[in-house]
Design a protein around this ligand. Sequence first.
Ligand code: BGC
Length: 778
Amino acid sequence: MYKLLFILTLSLSLIACKEKKTPMKPIYLDESFSVNKRVEDLLSRMTLEEKIAQMCQYVGLEHMKKAEQNLTKEQMEESDAHGFYPELHSSDVEEMITKGLIGSFLHVVDVNEVNHLQALAQKSRLKIPLLIGIDAIHGTGLVEGATIYPTPIGLASTWAPDLVRKVSVETAKEMRATGATWTFTPNIDVARDARWGRVGETFGEDPLLVSKMGVAMIQGLQHSEKNGHFNVVACAKHLIAGSQSVNGINGAPTDLSERTIREIFLPPYKAAVEAGVFSIMTAHNELNGVACHADKWMMNDILREELGFKGFFVSDWMDIERLVTRHFVAPNQKEACFQTIDAGMDMHMHGPGFLKPVEALVKEGRISVHRIDQSIRRILEAKFKLGLFENPFVNTTGTTETTETTGVLFNRLHQATALEAAQKSIVLLKNKDNLLPINKLKYKKILVTGPNSNNETILGDWVWKQPKKNVVTILEGIREVAKGCEITYLNVGEDVRKIVPSKLLEAKRKAQKSDLAIVVVGENSFRWKWQEKTCGENAARSELNLVGEQQKLIKMINSTGVPTLVVFVNGRPLATEWIAENIPAIIESWEPGSMGGKAVAQIIFGEVNPSGKLPITIPRSVGHQLSIYNAKPSQYFHKYVTSRSDNLFSFGYGLSYSKFKYDNVRVSKDTIRSDESVQISVEVTNVGDVKGDEIVQFYLRDEFSSVTRPVKELKDFKRISLDPKESKVVSFKVMPHMLGFLGKDLVETIESGTFIGMVGSSSRRTDLKSALFYVTKD
Ligand code: BGC
């Protein structure tokens, strides 16, 4: 009956169209059909070449043009000089778009270029819009004028997933306003080795915290108000464990047991897939001898089959090519394409090295059309769910200009969120004799110096140079907040490796004449000054001290006896033992973003009470890697013979101007069955004089087990606000899955016995109060 009706309606509309002489819209261009139907309709119209083209990504034209700057196309052809892609000129790429031979672009940072590219795509036979990808890691920072939020390590220090969700919703809005529809974030690598330059891009060392932050980011980026649609597509990366490569070097091999992969590195992916992440990027590195871009076990068996990933995989930058040139597992590009597609890859980042070899592989019958169709379905689904077929263009009137009230980029709301995120991300590491907050009446003459005190290092990696007026440096923040104080600024140069030597003595002299010195030091992740970078992508370090003469600068100032405050701006933990022991007040600001300078100043002068807590351990030296909090019980049994064995600052640690007291830790039941839950509660009181936020952390330990288990594992946390003298009872529900672990056979199990629940203000033993409960299997 329904079939009959459908045929009748179809015939009637056909007749109507004929009469009006208007061609009928193909199903895939008709929004009233389901995404599924539209995908299938479009797929049925595509040639093999058009299909594979959807798997091909290219860098933006302007990016290419930079490489062609001084040469015409003819000159390039005649000489050995090559542009970005040796065999292609940007004008060839434009033509390819009109032929439907490109599916996606990355690094297009100008909205007019996006519209130009999409207009070219509309000239193609099937008018399939382009997916425009960008690294919007903490705001869409490669675009000039965007709001820059704290880098993810700072966002993780807020322990506030809701705030991260809000940051991500705003980032998605700024992306759409500038034409990008896909972002290569969140980076859910669990970071346990601070030598790796990309720690700042991550949410730190704990699988649960990384999972919660990753999920919040994915939700904020992807979830659209229009049901079933995407704001933008998120991308979880880098599958897997590139954060624990040999010696911390980006892209170097990783060798880990399956247990560690499953216990530490995989949980964030499980959470991301459950949250519906629609793309995943594979990692540069090899894992246990298998290049991640050709790892069928990881991509197919684990991510697709076991975890149920429904979106598409994208390669990392030229890493399919590197199966030939770096990993030496494929003798040529065609073989590399075969290996990666066979493992599960859906999209090539980037360039001309994919279409032809893959077409040949299909024609030879080595890759089936069915396999190609699987990839195309996923990529097209993203494009439909982004609404690109309805409108691939960005309306540039009134949306992209940086106006504080009406624009999208860096508008007032976004600035306010960036400021809030910065305030909550900053971690107060030390405050001897309550030097902070600074009393403006007592400390009137203040020296501000250090290479990071007045520059854009606060913006972190994946950011291009931003308009000066959009960035509040730390010096500017201090000048704004410390009204009434006399601020002396000494510029010692902005390159952290090269403090101007003559400035060291001058700093000392100036400190002698001051009541207080604020020294801003650390690292820099300047993408636009690649040579000065000490941190960020491809900036691994073999030591973790302050580079250059920075510590000398601090020592000289401190030697004058003037109270000294050190502010760190850095994208990875710094092992600065001398500073931790000798300097009375230390602030870890990470890379706090556009409004970071103001947030730092507000904390220094007490307008804001610090509340951030470390999402990663700060080790005593580079030799103390991996000083993770969730270590196995035997890790600290024997001690180092020439240095202390403990950490400088522990995971979960951070001070406040309030004082929080923990009492009355209770469990709701002494004994539970393994399929039951139990409540653990604690009373937290603010015994200080100012209102403050506390992050109450809950850890668990299985006392005896058939395989070794960590001394503690974070299972939940809550961020609460308390007025002076106010108390709150904070409860955590211990669910059965929290009791489980992977047995000897790597199968999830719960064993009976005693469990130790610990609640408190950090992972440090002395900061935790515990309560026991017993689990039975009957
Ligand atoms: C990085 C990725 C990034 C990609 C595109 C690569 O070098 O490893 O994380 O998304 O470049 O910019």
